[in-house]
Design a protein. Structure first.
Length: 421
């Protein structure tokens, strides 16, 4: 007796998850575009600041989007992981289900590495693949046990934040001690401590210099990428993101088990819970990114403030998931805005397409517009790329059931399992 294994039919898809993936894909562009556009995208004062409006633009972009859509992706990846294994289990495949799941993650890892080396070093797919392998044992955990795992991982993050804050506090104490000494009694170490802390707390003048586009040719770009990428060095995941990623993914499992993606009303106080999480997330993110944008020259040396700033993007990302999920199910399911869901259905293709377009716009082998736009002007490019992705996704799904890279990923995953006894 043979068992036929095939990919999930479109009729089996959970529509709210496609919508949320679409939101995440479109939203992450706000931050990813800066990685292509500027030599130092994370700086609150370097590059892209040509006027006051650019500082305001950076604040609002980081306040509402930095890390939040990554958190949404990670949470939805956890949901997808659980659904995938759940459906394989229903087919009663036994150990073959593990083979299929492992192959799915292996090909995701390979796609991510290819993307990292040939398109953009900031790829997150191979990091997700590693997290997917780590997630496997948690599938059989009870929800209460998963909450304990989240609590443990959160404590590790708080401990890391504590260490970083105390390190900065040590720098400040060394400065205070040295600056209070008479100048003729200061050692070389004292002078270094004074200069170091002054540099840390100095407000910088905006850097508006123009920089020559990197990756002047595609071949040179490949050489640069090889130097900056890390998979061939054995660094196959982002260390600083591992625990936050796992927290979000495990939370996705818990949310899916609760049933809110099929019917948000299974939570008695869904809107109250969602609004509280969103509200608290907005407040903490406002404080965090106001400090990062306008008070970056005042290092955080207070333990409580350091802890407050530990999970801002994760908290608001969860708030976005809950609010958008509820709004979609209550108001948007039958509206034209579900065009966003088509972007979500082709999330893998759109993620890589998005970065391919950015490379062609900013790198030297394309239009060579590297560091030519202010931060406010980048918003116009974001809208243009959105329109391109929405249009292409709509046109593609009129003729095909899934995106081209989704088709390839599934083809590679299932190719050895078509006919099994």
């Amino acid at each position: 007796m043979s068992t036929s294994i095939k990919a999930t039919e479109s009729s089996e898809r959970i529509s709210s998850l496609d919508f949320l993936r679409g939101i995440a894909i479109l939203g992450i562009l706000f931050i990813n575009i800066e990685n292509f556009a500027y030599p130092d995208p994370w700086s609150p004062w370097k590059f892209g600041f040509e006027g006051t409006i650019d500082y305001s633009t950076r604040f609002w972009v980081y306040f509402l989007s930095q890390g939040k859509f990554y958190t949404m992706f990670a949470l939805l990846f956890g949901v997808g992981f659980y659904i995938f294994l759940e459906r394989l289990e229903k087919k009663q495949l036994g150990l073959k289900a593990m083979d299929i799941y492992a192959r799915r993650l292996l090909w995701l890892f390979i796609i991510g590495v290819i993307h990292s080396y040939f398109i953009w070093t900031g790829d997150v797919l191979y990091h997700y693949a590693i997290c997917g392998f780590l997630l496997f044992p948690f599938r059989s955990f009870k929800t209460k046990s998963l909450l304990f795992v989240i609590a443990f991982l959160s404590l590790l993050q708080l401990a890391k934040s504590y260490d970083q804050t105390m390190k900065r506090k040590g720098w400040q104490d060394n400065y205070t001690k040295a600056i209070n000494l008479p100048e003729d009694q200061r050692s070389n170490d004292d002078i270094k401590n004074i200069n170091f802390w002054k540099n840390q707390t100095k407000k910088k003048d905006p850097d508006t210099s123009k920089v020559e586009a990197n990756k002047s040719t595609y071949l040179i770009g490949l050489k640069e990428t090889y130097k900056n990428s890390s998979a061939h060095k054995g660094l196959v995941y982002y260390q600083g993101l591992l625990f936050p990623s796992l927290i979000a993914m495990i939370l996705g499992i818990i949310f899916y088990r609760s049933g809110i993606f099929q019917n948000y009303q299974v939570w008695k106080y869904y809107w109250l819970i969602s609004l509280v999480i969103l509200g608290v997330g907005l407040i903490i993110n406002y404080l965090r990114y106001y400090h990062w944008t306008y008070e970056y020259f005042e290092p955080v040396t207070n333990i409580w403030k350091g802890w407050l700033f530990t999970f801002p993007k994760e908290l608001l990302g969860v708030g976005f998931i809950l609010i958008f999920n509820g709004l979609f199910q209550k108001f948007l399911r039958s509206s034209k805005i579900t065009l966003i869901s088509k972007v979500g259905r082709t999330a893998l293709t759109n993620y890589i397409l998005q970065n391919t377009l950015l490379g062609l716009i900013f790198y030297g082998y394309g239009l060579s517009l590297f560091n030519q736009f202010s931060r406010f002007e980048l918003l116009g490019l974001v809208v243009i790329i959105w329109i391109i992705q929405l249009t292409l996704s709509w046109l593609w799904l009129r003729k095909f059931q899934q995106g081209p890279l989704e088709w390839l990923w599934r083809k590679l995953t299932y190719s050895s399992f078509k006919h099994m006894n």
